[in-house]
Write a protein that binds this ligand. Sequence first.
Ligand code: FAD
Length: 510
Amino acid sequence: MADDATPSVERERPDPKQVDRKARLLVPPHRPPKQDPAERIANWEEVSFLFDPAEAKIEANRCIQCPAAPCMKACPVHNDIPGSFWLLERGDFDGAANVFRQTSELPEMCGRLCPQERLCEGHCVVGKHALPVAIGKLETFVTEWQRAHGGIPAAEPVASTGRRVAVIGTGPAGIAVAERLARRGHAVVMYEAWPEPGGVLRYGIPDFKQNKAAVDRKFKDLHALGVEVVTGMHVGTQISWATVRAGVDAVFLGIGASEGSRLGIPGEDGPGVITATDFLVRANLAPEHLPESLRVPLGSPRRVVVVGGGDTSMDCVRSARRLGAADVTLIYRRTEAEMQGRVEERMHSREEGVLFEFLAAPVEVLRNVEGGVRGLRCQRMELGEPDDTGRRRPQAVPGSEFDIEADMLVTAIGYNVEPEWGEILPELVRDRWGRFVADPETLATNLPAVFAGGDDVNGADLVVTALADGHRAAEAIDRYLRNAGPTRPPVGAPEAPGRKLIGDSSLLAK
Ligand SMILES: Cc1cc2nc3c(=O)[nH]c(=O)nc-3n(C[C@H](O)[C@H](O)[C@H](O)COP(=O)(O)OP(=O)(O)OC[C@H]3O[C@@H](n4cnc5c(N)ncnc54)[C@H](O)[C@@H]3O)c2cc1C
């Protein structure tokens, strides 16, 4: 659905003057129920249930339909939240879902995964008086309801443009580009290194936050649109860049940022220390969905320490509890106020019995005589002056070392773009962190007809920001394809060398 070319949903918009805001502000908030913490740590099912339809209508009626709609502005893809809820409160669930689908390829997932407290719900005017409208949960409810009752409307057939685009990476950025371009008549082939498509939506985010059936359904939609998806195919090793490039008129790089950072402390190398991605995929996916190298069982660690402060670290601690670990501790070198991840996930972690050690940093992995992990030596930290991100810099407190017993240490301390791209595509301009440099408006890189977006440009970020990049890139690729002459380079022809640019997208040729 999500395409600017999609005819807008017929909808009646309220005259805000006729909406009784005072009465709406008195409606008590409704939230869908959740699994009890004691029960849910024994399964991998989603924590939140879907809204009951009658309660969803009441909750949507709490939206005061403010004309400025700050929720919509705060949403990176600018979902028309009041427009959807106006339909939802009157029982037009299909119409309400279609409003979300006009601006988002993944509304079922964004409703579950976005940090709403700093995006839409954080800007909800109702939130100044009471709990904000449950925007995320309503978005998931109404779009899942539509899927369960007749499905999403089939796409109108479009004439082929005769153009072909390769999308490398099947995460949210690649999905958005593929869907938008396919809807405009371009042939799209997606390449994915993992055995199945979905990027972090499948190989990262655990089922208790987002079930994998939702990812499968998305790829069925793309298949129905004619998008070809080639999985188990790493561009650069299993198929060369030159081969991919030669077969298409344009390429979108949506390869994410999957290279986990290292702690750089003694004892880190060896059994029992594992990166977040390896831990999460082995905890959450059956071996048949994994490449050979990752089909090794994780075992049953009793005491797990996770280092990190974002969504990934929360997914690790909560997965560790579901694997049966009795003691699970999160180590973070700043305070909770500086943590990047979602508030709800921290609340869920606490409910599930995870311990938090703030203002603590690891200094050494302690090993037993057999070489296994026996604990983690940490150091207390205090916050100093703000660093260049504006957050106060943690500083070690001398003589404050303390030990935590552990059988397994999981590192979730930040992700970078895989450095191998420096060899796969040396002409592509990257910044000093290895991220691809792209024009912020068009997502064009320095290479002709090569675009990039999502985490490989922004660094580890969000599903919805990857979608927003995909939208801008698809727009620019479509424009490029419609205006360009023949663009497929002859097989084996070298890429035109890029201009020497360093790190700053403003330097890219427009
Ligand atoms: C554990 C975890 C939990 C998260 N939780 C949340 C959350 O709750 N909410 C939220 O908004 N965001 C969350 N995020 C962040 C979010 O998932 C990412 O920002 C988003 O997935 C980025 O999308 P993307 O399309 O840029 O990349 P990705 O989703 O990373 O997809 C990139 C794909 O490209 C493939 N690829 C890479 N190199 C190649 C190659 N050479 N050839 C072929 N394929 C290749 C990769 O295998 C991968 O499948 C989480 C991230 C992680 C790791």
